[in-house]
Write a protein that binds this ligand. Structure first.
Ligand code: ADP
Ligand code: MG
Length: 547
């Protein structure tokens, strides 16, 4: 994949311009490159300045504003800024008598350039102090010290609030160093970022993870087999807590995306982090998740844990602000609401037929998903397999109760478009499948089922839906071999139809050649029901439907 950056453009400068255009507080300079907060809190006496290579957005320029940074100095992507940029940025905002605190991530280029900038500013008569962040356990033991990563966000958040509370230079430096000392991070990646100009920074094999990865496009010291999210998070949290030791006032926890992880996944990871912390009896004072310090679009995440020595840190962490820094809340205890379980659902007698059906459709999950992927969103096989596995759990003693279990499961437990519609058909068939019922009764049920589907879903034959399999079958007197053959033929016929209902209707002629997955599933379900009721289907072959 390539990126929109052209090699002769400096993405960090263009990005600053974009940020300034979408913010009412950020000012920026293109040469030398830096950005600053135009809305400084009057109580703030110390200028907070930070920076580093670009590619970690929203850090640092996104953290400009009340409660955050005063100056942000980006270098080129993953390259430290030069000291002239840092000096110019600070001079833009420093008023006479101001003091300056530099927050620096531990990378050689950053350390050197911020150190030279500190000397130049001092020579100009400015009081300057530095806080160095070295939190990354993935680089523990390196001769140059641990890398500075996620804890930078925590430190900038806490120092921003403390600076607005009027703290002086020494107090802020002490606070920053104390939080840095008690913070550790670990990051993992399943896939590399995309380099500006295109191409992956590094390759990660299938089923593998880079464990302890950095944020500058370097691989980790260790490549591991993916142990699954549960075990992965457990290992990460355990290593972080082991490194930190006892925390007197609980922990601040930040789950951070590296740029290519969805918010859904980050929230899922957070839930798991909370679980492992609870298992370890490690109290969480606050848990936050989001993308705060990224590595371009790297598909990975980091966890940062701060062991709180002083409750004042928590107050600063939770203080309001006007930036893209985390907006954490105090941790509470959340238990999911459990709906009342319906004890009458299903007969609870296990059904060998439903068990077998659930197994058959579990094996069809991938082929049906593949059909739905070509014409929709790739979940139909999962929906059907889930419905039948839930139906098997409900059980049944005869065809009537088995169909009632299927109907209940599809109506109440399966989403998507197909779940409830199959639920409707099945409940109508179930209604006619009582004692002594034969193929004609089931056929009657199918007819009213199809009517219900057409009433609710509004689909006509020819619209490329399950109706194209169900309606031809329902035209027969009985749910027998001919009816099933008509359903199979109907499903086949959808290959030449464009869709007027459902998601496939967005795809126009691109669906041609592939049968409608709902129609295929409907034909397969009717075949199974007919067989269960004793119909002799001869050598009816349905395998071609899944091609
Ligand atoms: P979703 O499209 O919400 O992901 P599924 O993948 O579970 O739902 O189901 C897709 C199938 O649902 C389609 O293949 C089609 O057969 C059926 N379908 C969609 N809309 C309708 C409708 N209005 N009436 C009848 N069947 C429909
Ligand atoms: Mg679908």
């Amino acid at each position: 994949m390539s990126t929109p950056f052209s090699p002769d453009q400096s993405p960090h400068v263009e990005a600053l311009r974009g940020l300034a255009l979408t913010s009412d507080v950020v000012g920026y300079s293109a040469d030398p490159v830096f950005a600053w907060n135009r809305d400084r809190d009057p109580a703030r006496r110390v200028v907070l300045a930070s920076g580093g290579g670009a590619g970690h957005e929203p850090m640092h320029a996104g953290f400009l504003g009340r409660g955050g940074l005063d100056v942000a100095v980006p270098g080129e992507v993953f390259t430290s800024p030069h000291n002239g940029q840092i000096v110019a940025g600070v001079q833009q905002v420093a008023r006479s008598g101001d003091e300056v605190l530099l927050i620096v991530k531990n990378y050689t280029g950053d350390v050197i350039n911020f150190a030279i900038a500190a000397e130049r500013l001092t020579a100009d008569g400015c009081r300057v102090a530095t806080v160095l962040v070295e939190d990354d356990l993935g680089s523990e033991g390196a001769a140059v010290g641990r890398r500075g990563t996620g804890a930078t966000v925590v430190i900038e958040k806490i120092l921003g609030a403390a600076a607005d509370a009027g703290d002086g230079l020494e107090e802020l430096q002490r606070l920053g160093e104390a939080v840095a000392e008690r913070s550790r991070s670990l990051a993992v990646a399943r896939a590399s970022h995309t380099r500006p100009g295109g191409g992956a920074g590094f390759e990660v094999g299938d089923g593998l993870l880079e464990y302890g990865v950095g944020i500058h496009g370097e691989t980790a010291a260790e490549t591991i087999e993916d142990p699954g999210l549960e075990a992965l998070v457990e290992r990460m949290v355990n290593e972080l807590l082991d490194a930190l030791g006892e925390a007197e006032h609980g922990h601040l926890v930040m789950v951070n995306g590296l740029g290519g992880v969805s918010n859904l996944e980050l929230a899922h990871i957070s839930a798991r982090v909370a679980e492992v912390m609870a298992d370890r009896d490690a109290p969480v004072a606050s848990l936050v998740s989001g993308t705060f310090i990224s590595a371009l679009d790297m598909r990975g995440f980091s966890i940062t844990v701060t062991a709180v020595d002083d409750p004042g840190w928590i107050d600063h962490w939770l203080a309001p602000h006007a930036t893209a820094l985390p907006r954490p809340v105090a941790a509470g205890v959340v238990e999911p609401h459990q709906g009342a379980t319906d004890e009458s659902a299903g007969s609870r007698e296990s059904s060998a037929w439903l068990d077998d059906l659930a197994e058959q459709f579990a094996a069809l999950r991938d082929p049906l998903n593949a059909l739905d992927q070509r014409t929709g969103d790739g979940d139909l096989g999962t929906n059907i397999a889930q419905g039948l596995s839930r139906a098997a759990r409900r059980g049944g003693g005869d065809l009537g109760s088995e169909l009632a279990s299927m109907a209940g499961a599809f109506l109440d437990e399966v989403g998507g478009s197909s779940g409830p519609l199959f639920g409707l058909v099945l409940s109508e068939i179930a209604r006619t499948a009582g004692d002594g019922a034969g193929p004609r009764d089931l056929g009657r049920g199918l007819r009213s089922g199809v009517e219900a589907v057409r009433r609710v879903g509004g689909a006509e034959p020819g619209d490329r839906t399950m109706v194209d399999a169900l309606a031809p079958a329902a035209e027969r007197e009985a749910l027998d071999a001919e009816a099933v053959a008509a359903a199979v033929e109907g499903a086949e016929s959808t290959r030449t139809m464009t869709a007027r209902r459902g998601r496939a209707s967005y795809l126009g002629e691109r669906v041609l050649g592939t049968p409608d997955p709902g129609a295929v599933a409907a034909a397969l379900l009717l075949r199974s029901i007919a067989e269960r009721s004793g119909a002799d289907l001869g050598d009816l072959d349905t395998a071609a439907l899944l091609d």
